[in-house]
Each structure stands twice: as C-alpha cells, then as structure tokens.
Design a protein around this ligand. Structure first.
Ligand code: NAD
Length: 500
C-alpha cells in the first residue's frame, strides 16, 4: 500500500466530504497492484444526508425551465470533451483498459450527454384538440423526484453517464452509487458536472457496496432505481426495488453469440472476433463469448484460435497492447478456474491463456486469451458468464440450429451474424430473440437515440431504459382534459359524445 493513497470523497449536499466511516475498500491499479485510493463505505447518516439534500433540491430544480437545464448540459458536454483524455487516463489507471478503449468509454458517455441536450424536444407532450365537442386533451411529461443509480466496474464513465444526465435534465435529482472498484472516474465526472454550473445538490455521489445499495433500495424518497451489473445482483435489486414499489430498470449479465456462416468473409470474421471476444479483456456486457460455426465454417476453428493467440495484454501505457489486465486478482482466479474446469469437461482447448506473463508487470491481473472448440450447452463454460478473454466455439449444421441455440440461452443482450447472404441476415434478424443484433458487425451497441435493452435474463423491469426512451423512465406523463366555457354558456351544453 502506498502512503499517498487517499480516501475517495463523496458529494453530499453540494460539498465534497470525507466519510466518517472506518470501513473502506482499496482501489488498485490492476496492472501493478498499486493502491490508488480507498473507497469509503458511507455511513447511514451520510446516506440520509444525501437523500435529504436530493429531495430538497428537487423542489427547486424541477421548476428550472427545460431549455435552461439543457443549456447547462451543453456546457457539461463541452467540459467532458475538453477533459476527455484526462478522464480516459484516470479510467485506464483504475480499470486497466488500454488507453484507446478508455477513450471509447468516455466518448460513449459524452454521446449520452449530447442526447440529453435535446431535452426540450424529448420532453414534449402530445395534444389533441376536440376530443369531444369543445374539449381538448394534452399531456405533460413531468419529473418524479429523486432517482438512484448503481453502476458496475466495467464502464465507469459511460454507465454513470447513461443515468444521471438524462434523469437530471428531465428535472429530477440523482444519487449515484458507483462501483467501489473504480470510483475515481465517476467522481471526476461529478466534479466537471458542478463546474458546468449545475446547482450543487442536484447530483449526490455516495460510495460503498451492498449496504449503501440496500439503503437506497429501501429509502422511501427514492422514486426509481437504475441498475447495471451482474445477474444475481440485478435480480436482487429489481426484486427489492419493486417490492418497495419503486420504478426499476435493471441491466444484467450476458452470454453473447456470434454466428459465422460458411459464406462469410473469413478475414473479417477473425478481425471482428479479436476485438469482440478479447477487447477490454472480455469484460464487456456485449463481448462475444460464443462463436457458433455453421457447416463448413467449422473448419476455421484452429485458424481463429491461432489468430487470437497473437493478441497480447499489456498496461494502458503500451500502445501495442490488445487489452489490459482484468479488474482484480479475484476476477483472474475466477476466470482461470472456469478455464481449468472446461479442460476437464470434454471441450477441446485450442489456446490456454492461464499462464500469460507481461514483462515488467509481474503482479498484474493478466489473463491471456483461451479458446475452446466443441463446447456444448451442458458445460459450465457455456452456462456461466465468464467476463474474461475466453472464446467458446460451438458447431451447428444449419442457421436455424444456431438460432435455436441462441434463443434457448437464458440471456439475450447482444448477438451477431457474419454472412454474405441477404436472406440469411434477414432470417436471423427476424427470428432471433435478442435485444441488440449485428449483421457483419460484431458488437452492435446502438447510439443513445436508439433504445438499448437486453431480453430475458439480461434485463429486468421497465423497457424504457437507456437511449431514446430514457426520458420515459425518468418521468411521469400527466394527461389534462380541459373545457373552457364561453360567457353565459350553459355548463351542460355541447357535452354530447359522438358515438358514431
Ligand atoms: P456487480 O453486480 O458485482 O456490481 C454492480 C453494482 O452493484 C456495484 O455498484 C456494486 O457495488 C453493487 N453490488 C454488488 N454486490 C451487491 C449486492 N450483493 N447487493 C447490492 N449491491 C451490490 O457487477 P460488476 O462486477 O461491477 O459488473 C460486471 C457485470 O455487469 C457483468 O455481469 C456484466 O455483464 C454486467 N453489465 C451489464 C451491462 C448491460 O448493459 N446489460 C453493462 C455493463 C455491465
């Protein structure tokens, strides 16, 4: 532990404060084990103060005109762009991502802020004149109160930015509980948010783990929860939030398949698999972890493994590194354990990445790429979300067999097909039961003006999630029906409802 490592401050009631809690969690550089900081576990009193402040701030913030809120968001977007590389450096240091990948994480978040700048258009209601004689109807979209966000470690810029800018531009206030594993990036996002000129108390940032999440799930003033994380926690958060009658959107884990048809361009397939299976060391909810080889494409298995063997991990300062270390020593042990089990389960190991070393970084959480062929659905390797650079290859005789395999998987976050046939592509996109579908695109992550939702076990709750529909999650719709009487008009006049 270095002596310089500090405790991460929390943003409560407009002030950056140090927690009174004695409990904290070390934040380490995954390439070196250097302790970068300590994440405090907020006390109940601190959590309560954040909630009281957010609730009070809502009363004034909801009255701020929508264009004014959007204008502040424009300033925030400019500040994020100005600090893009600085944010990416903090992010790369604490996640281990390559610098290019870290920049992508920040950029994806900036795009959501750009979307939030359209608040005036996004928050338009609807009107119909003369729903009955002399009666008009219109709807307002209104903010709800205090929302809370709970985010995972793997996108510490993009995912907090999925949440608080949209919630706040809608007129709500927000309490963010970022991942305890990489809290420095979200803290910097919050500093820039205050610098952009937002009232200091519309965003609160609290730190910790399960007890702090539980506090938010049970607090009566939290009107809604946005969660992104693993399947068991996502299910728990969804069940608890809705038991407490809160609105909840819960993005959970994944097992994403890429179908390779024999008419696909082999070079494109291999190039796509390199990034999609191994980028970010496989720690993406949209990573491709299963490659389904259809028909004669099965002959490509060894060549795919040989090409993936050329990818080398390294620290974020190494421009040639294909990916970085995994987030923690525990994650490394878990992934290597899954690979070891796969060896005994009957799958054919074409590449074993367990023993990889990176020169000059003996303590890093390095996991090299592993590739298995002849994987079947009964194997733990197929059933678990590995969240590491491990590719399973499976065989299917036909496209319909591949589609059935994917549709029977408990998760449905992302999928893709590589083919030269328009018919196969169309057949796949029509019959596949997965939220994001790529055609000759390996990781089909949509931009914020589209919706993003997983199917089945990858998403629980309100489908108005990230993206185009997000304002629907963070608002209530109020429909007003009105009638205005002319002077001396009898109240009973002109009320006849036309039945035909
Ligand atoms: P995680 O579930 O361990 O943690 C997510 C958040 O929940 C963190 O803030 C953590 O402090 C909190 N938490 C952890 N355990 C908890 C508990 N028992 N009770 C209450 N709160 C708890 O997830 P992670 O390891 O940080 O992130 C990786 C996971 O996130 C993967 O499964 C990945 O697929 C998923 N993910 C999904 C999406 C998506 O869009 N579907 C996007 C990114 C990541």
């Amino acid at each position: 532990m270095t002596v310089t490592a500090t405790r991460i401050p929390m943003l409560i009631d407009g002030e950056w404060i140090n927690s009174d809690s004695s409990a904290s969690i070390p934040v380490t550089n995954p390439a070196t084990q250097e302790v970068l900081a300590h994440t405090p576990c907020a006390t109940d009193d601190e959590m309560a103060r954040a909630m009281t402040s957010a609730q009070k701030a809502f009363e004034t913030w909801k009255e701020v005109p929508v264009p004014q809120r959007a204008r502040l968001m424009l300033k925030y977007q400019a500040l994020l762009k100005e600090h893009h590389d600085e944010l990416a450096t903090i992010l790369a240091e604490e996640t281990g991502k390559t610098f290019e990948d870290a920049k992508g994480d920040v950029w994806r978040g900036i795009e959501v802020v750009e979307h939030a700048c359209n608040a005036s258009s996004l928050l338009m209601g609807e009107t119909v004149e003369n729903v009955a004689r002399s009666i008009d109807c219109h709807s307002w979209i209104q903010p709800m109160g205090v929302f809370a966000g709970i985010t995972p470690f793997n996108f510490p810029a993009m995912i907090p930015l999925w949440m608080f800018p949209m919630a706040i531009v809608c007129g709500n206030t927000f309490v963010l509980k970022p991942s305890e594993q990489d809290p420095r990036t979200p803290n910097r996002l919050a500093e820039l948010f205050i610098e952009a000129g937002f009232p200091k108390d519309v965003l609160q940032v609290v730190h910790g783990a399960k007890p702090q999440v539980d506090f938010l799930l049970h607090h009566p003033d939290v009107v809604g929860i946005s969660f992104v994380g693993s399947v068991p926690v996502g299910q728990y958060v969804y069940k608890t939030a809705t038991d407490n009658l809160k609105r909840c959107q819960s993005f959970a884990g994944a097992k994403n398949h890429m179908v390779v048809m024999p008419d696909a361009d082999k070079a494109q397939v291999i190039s796509a698999l390199k990034g999609a299976a191994c980028g970010a060391a496989g720690q993406r909810c949209m990573a491709i972890s299963v490659c389904v080889l259809v028909g004669q494409a099965q002959e490509w298995a060894q060549e795919i493994a040989d090409e993936l063997a050329t990818l080398k991990p390294g620290p974020y300062t190494d421009e040639n590194a294909a990916f970085g270390p995994v987030i923690s020593a525990a994650a490394k042990d878990r992934i290597n354990g899954i690979v070891t089990t796969a060896m005994d389960s009957g799958a054919t190991c074409l590449l074993d990445g367990r023993a990889i070393q990176v020169e000059g970084y003996p303590d890093g959480n390095w996991v090299g790429t592993s590739v298995f062929s002849n994987v079947t659905t009964d194997m733990p390797l197929y059933q678990e979300e590995v969240f590491g650079p491990v590719l399973s290859m499976m065989n299917a005789d036909t496209l319909d067999e591949a589609i059935a395999l994917i549709n029977n998987n408990p998760y449905g976050n992302g999928t893709s097909i590589f083919t030269d046939s328009g018919f196969s592509a169309r057949h796949f996109q029509h019959h596949i039961k997965v939220g994001q579908v790529g055609i000759n695109v390996p990781i089909p992550v949509p931009l914020p003006f589209f919706s993003f939702t997983g199917w089945r076990g990858s998403f629980y709750g309100d489908q108005h999630a990230y993206g185009k529909q997000a304002v629907r999650f963070y608002t209530e719709t109020k429909t007003v029906t009105s009638r205005w009487f002319a002077p001396n008009e009898a109240a009973s006049a002109n009320m006849t409802i036309q039945l035909k």
